[in-house]
Design a protein around this ligand. Structure first.
Ligand SMILES: Nc1ncnc2c1ncn2[C@@H]1O[C@H](COP(=O)(O)OP(=O)(O)O)[C@@H](O)[C@H]1O
Ligand SMILES: [Mg+2]
Length: 439
């Protein structure tokens, strides 16, 4: 071993060994020694605490197997440690301890609540490249640690999280509160840059320094979490977070309903009720047969006192059931002409309107924490297409692109976008021209 020391890693060890910080985020940049720390920590735990069980999770099993095995072997070799063997599921130690590779891929249809992790019991573990991991995986794993010999050894449940800057749950749970001096135990964050890592090679540092892509350089070299990942985003992330706490936005006017219908292979049937700029999620089902949708919508209109002409549904849904029963509700044709020539179609115009309200802190959504996470992810995908071609009309990235990122269709986003039809000027006359009524 050399006499070089990565001080940030030492700090991390102090937290990993104390009895008050359970969830420790390390990194937030490239090359700060994240993967090394994860492997070294688990190697020491597994070796020194015989019989214990640890996990390493990533959003892809193949990735964790490959990258973790390589780094682990490197770390072990540096200690001349040989009392372990790699298996197909993880790493087995002669001490009887085990490190298990976990696949943290999110399967919204097959396993929306990570029930597959529900029966597992660990001493502690590590979420690697956490920026790619769904926040629910973290939530569930929090309940799975501290369950294997922790009482015998008197050690608290710990999860090490390593990541690059990412404006998702990591930003909200760790970075933002940390920056504001409000991060509290059991959560902790140690920023670690490549400059903090004396083991990083000159070539590696220069590669990060000289990258042409400014976004990558800001994130990976400077560890900048605020840097807008994508200049094509319509809403900034703070504004998206504020949507759920904008209590100054007061309800006013007649209630409107917007429903994205779970038909033709869609994921969810979601309905929001808006009173002025306050939208409350009132229906959210993963699967609904057509007849049920009709009954649910009809009851929602009665319960929430919403008139037919103040209801908008997506155009896929009306076909078989709604058309004949719910006369007078409006059908949204996103591809129809916009009211203004600036936009390529009405859906784009509605989306820009939504972004405007969100950025002006003039929109509020009331929903569950689970819905909030999902809605945030979807709002972050509100992006302009062809941002560099200023001659074109304003347009959005395609739904296919969104689906590829989310692994599901942007149902909440579609619902919110449709709602904006009531916001565009001269909604009634305009709406007649751009939406067909279902009668
Ligand atoms: N404590 C350490 N001792 C020896 N080498 C280290 C140590 N920490 C990091 N390194 C080396 O520094 C480089 C970057 O570390 P790595 O863990 O891959 O960073 P990250 O995962 O944050 O991008 C790697 O070559 C790694 O082997
Ligand atoms: Mg790494």
């Amino acid at each position: 071993m050399s006499d070089k020391i990565n001080i940030k890693q030492r700090k991390a060890y102090n937290l990993l060994r104390d009895d008050k910080n359970y969830f420790i985020l390390y990194g937030g940049a490239g090359g700060g020694g994240k993967s090394w720390l994860g492997c070294e920590w688990l190697m020491q735990c597994a070796q020194n605490l015989p019989g214990t069980r640890w996990f390493v999770g990533r959003n892809n099993l193949k990735d964790s197997r490959e990258s973790v095995s390589i780094t682990f072997a490197k770390v072990a070799a540096s200690y001349n440690f040989k009392d372990y063997r790699l298996t197909s599921d993880g790493i087995k130690f002669d001490s009887g301890s085990e490190i298990i590779f976990l696949d943290l891929t999110y399967y919204p249809m097959k396993d929306p609540m990570y029930e597959r992790l529900g029966s597992k019991e660990f001493t502690g573990g590590w979420i690697e490249e956490a920026g790619e991991v769904h926040y629910l995986a973290f939530e569930v794993l929090k309940t799975r640690v501290g369950r294997h010999l922790n009482d015998v050894y008197g050690i608290p449940p710990k999860i090490l999280i390593t990541c690059n800057p990412k404006k998702n749950w990591l930003y909200k749970t760790f970075y933002k509160p940390w920056k504001e001096g409000k991060l509290k135990t059991p959560y902790a964050f140690i920023p670690a840059l490549v400059q903090d890592n004396p083991f990083a090679t000159k070539e590696y540092i220069e590669m990060l320094q000289n990258t042409n892509d400014n976004v990558t350089k800001q994130r990976l070299y400077f560890g900048n979490w605020e840097y807008d990942d994508d200049p094509s985003s319509l809403c900034d992330y703070d504004a998206i977070c504020d949507v759920f706490t904008n209590e100054h936005v007061r309800p006013n006017g007649l209630p409107k309903l917007s429903a994205d219908l779970a038909m033709k292979g869609r994921d969810r049937f979601v309905t929001g009720k808006a009173v002025g700029h306050v939208c409350t999620m009132i229906l959210d089902k993963t699967y609904s047969p057509g007849k049920m949708i009709e009954t649910d919508l009809r009851n929602a209109m009665i319960d929430h006192r919403v008139s037919r002409s103040n209801v908008i549904v997506d155009s896929d849904g009306l076909g078989a059931y709604l058309e004949s029963y719910l006369t007078g509700i409006k059908e949204f044709h996103g591809g129809a002409r916009a009211l203004s020539d600036e936009y390529d179609n009405i859906k784009t115009q509605c989306a820009f309107k939504l972004a405007e309200l969100i950025n002006n802190r003039d929109f509020r959504i009331i929903c569950t924490p689970e819905q909030e996470e999902r809605i945030k992810e979807e709002l972050a995908l509100l992006k302009r297409a062809n941002v560099d071609k200023d001659t074109r009309k304003k347009s959005l990235i395609t739904k296919e692109t969104m689906k590829a990122t989310l692994n599901h269709s942007p149902d909440y986003l579609d619902m919110l976008i449709m709602l904006m039809i009531f916001e565009l000027r001269k909604p009634l006359k305009g709406a007649r021209a751009i939406v067909t009524e279902a009668d």
